[in-house]
Design a protein around this ligand. Structure first.
Ligand code: NAP
Length: 322
């Protein structure tokens, strides 16, 4: 079996940027672009995003799927090869490394992991329907919050951690009011974030809805409100709103690698020598949301995909494997 110089696992902005850079460095990358692992499809989270308005270079915005097609075409132009299958297992204990999907088994000197993370959802039927049709339900306030439909409207954010508070305070720039719906009466968010939240509450820009969960999302083509249940009294009521943003955490797609790579206690791959993208296994690199629970943007994922390809190129050269 011939040995690939570099295999990239994942085809979101991190994986495809890594492919572009690796291909231009003549490493002939082979990309497992995935199929439907973790509810994702080739192209990653952006395939579920309507308008991307914060990625530089697109003054009129671009849809997530069109942007990912452009990334893919660009990587292909420089001879990236794709396998449209989910990776089922890897072996990073023996060199060259082995990567297996349902129909392929590949060996590689270097591997770039860019499998991303998936937003956690409540998994309510109407939530999923409206999220997929651009009906005002989103798991990324930074990506979608500035859309005209949300301006001067009442919006809700779900969750009580740093993400929810950050999303909520971001949305106050546009919304007339942001309700933070949390299943307990105490925030999980850091002290600094809590201080920020309560300042916004004092100013009337945000309002907590404690001890409450969303049991249904209301609206046909776009959201008109949420049905809330108080978990202490079981009482239900409807809260009108024009947007719902999830801030209940993300799950990194790292299950495949847990026997080989160090992860933090929430499952994100640890990068022991920042800013480099080296993992604890020499020759294995990680880029994008799979190793980043803080920024989680397409542009930061792309940047780290570029870094991973450069790190891999230098590592291969140092091993004489170029
Ligand atoms: P998180 O800390 O795990 O918080 C998730 C929140 O969602 C919790 O309040 C949780 O409630 C709630 N939740 C979870 N599942 C739920 C469900 N099914 N229904 C209703 N509520 C649910 O996640 P995160 O806020 O995304 O933060 C993840 C990590 O990234 C943290 O380490 C955080 O500090 C970091 N982060 C940092 C920043 C920053 O520093 N700027 C920004 C974002 C994230 P409970 O509290 O009841 O469990």
């Amino acid at each position: 079996m011939s040995v690939e110089k570099v295999v990239v696992i994942g085809s979101g902005p991190a994986g495809l940027t890594a492919c572009i850079y690796a291909a231009r460095a003549d490493l002939q990358p082979l990309c497992f672009e995935g199929f439907n692992a973790g509810g994702l499809i080739p192209g990653g989270q952006l395939m579920f995003t309507t308008d991307v308005e914060n990625y530089p270079g697109f003054p009129d915005g671009i849809t997530g799927p069109l942007m990912m097609k452009a990334f893919r075409d660009q990587a292909e132009r420089f001879s990236t090869r794709y396998i449209r299958e989910d990776v089922r297992s890897v072996n990073f204990t023996k060199r060259p490394f082995t990567i297996r999907s349902d129909n392929e088994e590949v060996q590689a000197h270097a591997v770039i992991i860019a499998t991303g993370a998936r937003a956690n959802w409540l998994n309510l039927e109407n939530e999923q329907r409206l999220a997929k049709t651009g009906g005002g339900v989103s798991a990324c306030a930074v990506c979608d919050g500035a859309m005209p439909a949300f301006r001067n409207q009442e919006l809700v954010v779900i969750g009580g951690g740093d993400s929810a508070v950050e999303e909520g305070t971001f949305l106050t720039k546009f919304a007339s009011k942001v309700y933070l719906i949390h299943r307990r009466d105490e925030l999980r968010a850091s002290k600094a974030m809590q201080e920020r939240f309560f300042k916004f509450v004092e100013e009337g820009k945000m309002e907590p809805v404690w001890d409450s969960v969303v049991v249904d999302v209301l609206g046909d083509k776009s959201i008109t409100g949420v049905r809330l249940k108080n978990v202490k009294t079981n009482e239900e009521r409807d809260l009108p709103c024009k947007g719902m943003f999830l801030g209940i955490g993300h799950t990194p797609n790292t299950e495949l690698f847990k026997d080989f790579l160090d992860t933090d206690d929430t499952g994100y791959i640890k990068l022991p020598h920042p800013p480099s993208t080296h993992t604890n296994v020499a020759g294995v690199f990680a880029a994008g949301d799979v190793a980043d629970h803080v920024y989680r943007q397409a542009i930061t994922a792309s940047g780290s995909g570029c870094m991973a390809a450069l790190d891999a190129e230098r590592w291969l050269a140092a091993q004489g494997l170029e």
